[in-house]
Design a protein around this ligand. Structure first.
Ligand code: FAD
Length: 526
């Protein structure tokens, strides 16, 4: 029998054996996981700690687009868009099971709209170069209505169709984590960094980390430490220097998830200018439609940020401006909120600036490296820049980045999405084998949802899931697709996990209660 390299006990044993790592990463979102993969593929001894679960933070709460950012092009940010379009192309090649080519339509209600956006999107096409997803073109009013069955037709002049990418964010996070482990890195979820250690020169040389499952503390030493904690960045910077000024201020973006009948075709809608001058997307995703997002400055961050009433009203009102099928609060199956780190103002006279659109790699006096900003689409490039910096700071033997053509775990030549198991890529066969061997595992978790019991077993055995929430939020996405259904099936999922992890009834009860509390934030009360 082959050894299971994703088993927690095996990963903890690796942690105990190694006494001095080359690269230690704090945070298991897109930034941290990307850095772990880049570092491991260059042959450095790499360890990563995530306080909760991979992609528990912003990285499971995106709009699910792998994109250059049409909005940034309109702002004249050409270099950023070119880089993101290049990365979009690489990601589509390296994770074809998770990234798909999606057509977006900008509906136009003004005479100048069609020529204006057609020209702009031609520039977008050109910037994607060899890695183009397909040409954009204008659509007549008739064709726009044919493609978008629910679009408001009053005053509609036509549309412009362009291509961009779409993905499953937390599944990509898990696949990156698996690839990093396959390349020799040690990654642990439910390991919270609580302290930084320093050498006699005052340079950071390690961390104290708590295994929150067993309450065991470890002191772990490394040549370089990377802070990749998103909106939690300042907490780590304060562990380094209690007097450090805040670097980030969170801005919230929420999404509402509704039934596919609101957008039954294969195309997404991009609204280029909402009432507050931002863009709004209506995107088919799995078996639902995502509407989002907002941009609301908030004072503090949390692990489960809550959508504000005015954000919910804003999205519903703006979507209804464009849909002939009215979407109301009762139609919302789930809602979720993500936080972007903005650059905090240096003093009262300065305003917050968005740093999330281009990433920054900073080095503190203590040699702690911080990676902040950027977007999911550019995670690979961000990781390359971060590890280049780590080589310099930690005086590691220089080795070139090796992720440009690196296929991620699950990558398969068969790109066709036949059913929801296609998102597992090459793992799909193993899941089907489990069902063949034990047909009860082929039973659905909920009558209205496609997911089956075998996926829960798979998530625990091979994808490092430890809790109901890990499974239902970030492995099979039920919480994001239908929050009430997720609450309903929590006891069934608890039973399956408990059997796999050998847990008792008290554990199950505790799990169901904790999950309920989290899931409540995703339910929109009428
Ligand atoms: C609303 C919204 C929509 C977006 N949509 C898109 C999109 O469609 N496409 C796109 O490309 N990008 C999108 N982005 C951007 C993208 O989601 C983010 O850039 C990315 O997810 C940030 O990842 P991160 O790893 O930096 O942060 P996070 O994902 O927040 O990860 C930080 C991690 O650090 C962990 N951590 C914190 N403290 C500790 C500690 N002490 N010890 C151990 N671990 C710790 C946290 O638990 C967390 O998991 C969107 C962002 C937002 C806010």
């Amino acid at each position: 029998m082959t050894k299971n390299i994703f088993k927690r006990e095996a990963l903890i044993a690796q942690l105990q054996q190694e006494k001095n790592w080359d690269v230690l990463i704090i945070g298991g979102g897109a930034s941290g996981l990307g850095a772990a993969l880049d570092s491991a593929t260059r042959g450095y001894k790499t360890v990563l700690f995530e306080q909760i679960d991979y992609a528990k933070g912003t990285s499971s709460r995106s709009t699910k687009l792998v994109h250059g950012g049409v909005r940034y092009l309109a702002q004249g940010n050409v270099d950023l868009v070119r880089e993101a379009l290049h990365e979009r192309g690489l990601l589509a090649k390296n994770a074809p099971h998770l990234v798909s080519n999606l057509s977006f339509i900008i509906p136009n209600y003004k005479w100048w709209g069609t020529p204006f956006y057609t020209i702009g999107l031609k520039v977008y096409d050109i910037l994607s170069g060899r890695l183009s997803f397909g040409k954009s073109f204008s659509l007549s009013r008739k064709k726009t209505i044919q493609k978008l069955k629910t679009i408001k037709t009053d005053g509609l002049k036509g549309g412009v169709l362009y291509h961009d990418g779409q993905f499953d964010d937390s599944r990509l996070a898990i696949n990156i984590a698996q690839t990093a482990i396959e390349k020799g890195a040690t990654l642990l979820n439910y390991f919270k960094v609580i302290k930084l250690t320093k050498n006699t020169n005052g340079n950071t040389n390690g961390v104290v980390v708590l295994d929150t499952e067993t309450n065991t503390e470890y002191t772990v030493f490394a040549k370089t430490i990377i802070n990749a904690t998103g909106v939690f960045t300042d907490e780590i910077l304060k562990m380094d220097d209690a007097a450090s000024k805040n670097l980030v201020r969170p801005s919230q973006g929420i999404h509402l998830v509704v039934d596919r009948s609101f957008l039954p075709g294969n195309e997404a809608i991009m609204i280029p200018k909402t009432t507050d001058g931002r863009v709004l997307f209506l995107v088919p995703w799995h078996s639902r439609v995502i509407l989002g997002t907002t941009d609301t400055l908030i004072d503090s961050h949390s692990l489960e940020p809550k959508p504000l009433e005015e954000e919910i009203d804003f999205i519903l009102a703006n979507a209804n401006e464009y849909l002939n099928k009215n979407v109301s609060r009762e139609d919302v199956l789930s809602m979720y909120s993500g936080l972007r780190p903005l650059a905090a103002p240096k003093d009262k006279s300065e305003k917050t600036k968005e740093i999330s659109r281009s990433h920054k790699v900073l080095v503190s006096d203590s040699k702690l490296i911080t990676i902040t900003g950027g977007k999911w689409t550019t995670y690979r490039r961000m990781a390359q820049d971060t590890i280049d910096k780590a080589i310099q700071v930690g005086q590691l033997t220089k080795r070139p980045c090796a992720t440009k053509d690196l296929q991620l775990h699950g990558a398969t030549l068969n790109k066709e999405i036949i059913n929801h198991l296609s998102f597992y890529g090459s793992d799909q066969d193993s899941i089907l084998k489990m069902v063949k061997h034990n047909p009860t595992l082929g039973e659905k978790l909920h009558p209205n949802l496609e997911f089956v019991k075998a996926e829960v077993v798979w998530a625990v055995k091979n994808e490092m899931a430890r809790t109901i929430e890990d499974v239902l939020a970030r492995r099979v996405r039920v919480l994001f697709l239908d929050a009430k259904a997720a609450i309903k099936i929590a006891p069934l999922v608890a039973d399956i996990i408990a059997k796999e992890l050998n847990k008792d009834d008290a554990w199950k009860q505790n799990q169901i209660e904790s999950f309920r509390k989290v899931a409540d934030v995703y339910v929109l009360k009428h």
